[in-house]
Design a protein around this ligand. Structure first.
Ligand code: GDP
Length: 453
């Protein structure tokens, strides 16, 4: 993933601070901050944002310890460092926009896409169409890109593959006219979501912005989304500001988050336009698309798993009964080995594995170091281990293995793995069970804790 290296470096800095016994607390915090700041700057995050983050972390960590909190135990200090770094990183990618657009059923919701050519607009239009279609919306795609030869064919091919109805024209040259016709047609047919793909140019230019304004006037979008290529670095900030002025988009989709380029520029774009990222593109395939939430993103960045993302994926691909059973367990703060097994089975039907692995606590770091093949082997190991457990074990919270370690030996033998492998799976399930507890607390009105902590 973009920023995987950044995550590793931040993690390294935090872990060093936690294990540093030579320097005093304030010095350890400063050493950690220096490493975090360097890593963020090298990933193209805007310097003003980095400096603010540094100040905030420093204040929180040194204030609390310096003023009357000297009695904190080592474990409490560690927790505070983890929590503070986590919260400040979330803050960095959180536009704090509470009114994110939610399409309504049985109404027409028009969504217009803007962005430069090659940013991943057409691909993301189809991904979003599939996302909503899977959630029971009647979705149509309109190609209002009359500038690029072949644009309509591309959208058409994507739409046919995804079985989404589409509209476009090979002969009409006025994009606003095609957009208006397409929206009118789908409106008449009572489509609930109409996604309008517009043209891009290689660079920002007046003609493009004028076209966006004209299309926007005729289709009157309920939501305008800007598509931003995460790999363009610092240019992202300026690009999104320019689009904001002409099309006043209300949300961002960040694409190509699967690449290895720096992604900090895109993070800065969020802050510059105060606009939330709503989805991220993680590959060329139609399912390589994830709902974005600051907490999930930072959790994955730091390799501590992403419970929210896992739930979201699970709901997309599993059947109703499984989803209901799982949600019921989670609302009670439970997450059994059987829940873990069902989730994995359902999600392994969807590729690529690396997307899922990053959401499982302890797997994200592995993914950074190995290739897809080795990751697949690690995932299969988990599946074999869970398959070798009996009903009683699967339906348990896992503690049964601690009470009767001979069960671990049996499962290791049965799955052709080692006791350490079994222990690892149990640890991963325990972490997710703790995350389920925080979900329960937050839905009961309590304060949500930090995932994985
Ligand atoms: P548009 O010109 O903005 O409509 O861009 P396209 O949708 O045609 O995408 C340009 C290229 O980027 C295509 O080759 C897409 O397959 C690719 N692409 C789009 N989104 C992603 C993504 O999230 N990850 C990767 N790796 N490639 C993507």
């Amino acid at each position: 993933m973009v920023l995987a290296n950044l995550g590793k470096r931040i993690n390294g800095a935090v872990n060093n601070a936690l294990s540093n016994t030579q320097d005093d607390y304030a010095t350890s915090v400063d050493i950690m901050l220096k490493a975090i700041v360097t890593a963020l700057l090298e990933s193209d995050v805007n310097i003003a944002l980095v400096s603010k983050l540094r100040g905030n972390i420093r204040n929180k960590l040194l204030d609390k310890s310096a003023k009357g909190n000297r009695s904190m135990t080592n474990a409490q200090t560690k927790k505070l460092i983890h929590k503070t770094v986590f919260e400040e990183l979330c803050d960095l990618v959180d536009a704090k926009e509470t009114q994110v657009f939610q399409p309504k059923k049985k109404k027409t919701n028009v969504i217009m896409f803007v962005g430069l050519q090659g940013s991943g607009k057409t691909t993301s239009c189809t991904k979003l169409a599939v996302y909503y279609s899977k959630r029971g919306f009647k979705v149509g795609l309109v190609c209002a890109d009359t500038f690029r030869a072949g644009a309509f064919d591309q959208l058409k091919q994507n739409a046919i593959k995804a079985r989404i109805p589409f509209y476009g024209s090979y002969t009409e040259t006025d994009p606003a006219k095609v957009a208006a016709e397409g929206v009118a047609k789908f409106k008449k047919e009572k489509f609930e979501i109409i996604i309008v793909d517009t043209s891009g140019r290689h660079r920002q230019e007046e003609a493009l912005f004028q076209e966006m304004i004209e299309i926007s006037h005729v289709v009157k979008p309920n939501q305008t989304i800007m598509v931003l290529d995460a790999s363009i670095g610092q240019a992202a900030e300026q690009q999104s500001k320019a689009f904001k002025e002409s099309s006043d988009f209300g949300a961002i989709i960040l694409t190509k988050m699967d690449g290895h380029a720096k992604g900090g520029g895109a993070i800065s774009a969020v802050a510059a336009t105060k606009t939330p990222i709503i989805f991220i593109g993680t590959g060329e395939h139609i399912h390589d698309f994830e709902k974005f939430s600051p907490k999930s993103f930072v959790s994955k960045l730091l390799g501590i798993g992403d419970f929210e993302g896992l739930m979201e994926q699970f709901q997309t691909v599993s059947n109703k009964e499984d989803t209901q059973a799982l949600m019921e367990n989670i609302s009670q703060g439970k997450f059994t080995l059987l829940d873990f097994q069902k989730q994995l089975q359902t999600m392994m039907k969807m590729g690529p594995l690396s997307n899922i692995a990053q959401m499982i606590p302890g797997m994200g770091n592995i993914m950074g170091q190995v290739n897809e093949e080795e990751a697949s082997r690690s995932m299969k190991k988990i599946v074999y281990i869970l398959d070798s457990m009996n009903k009683k074990e699967l339906e348990s919270d896992g503690k049964i293995f601690i009470e009767q370690p001979s069960r671990m030996v049996r499962v290791a033998k049965g799955s052709g793995t080692s006791i350490i492998d079994v222990e690892n799976v149990l640890m991963q399930q325990q972490t997710m069970a703790r995350m389920a507890q925080t979900v329960k607390q937050s839905s009961a009105g309590g304060k949500p804790g930090m995932p994985g902590m």
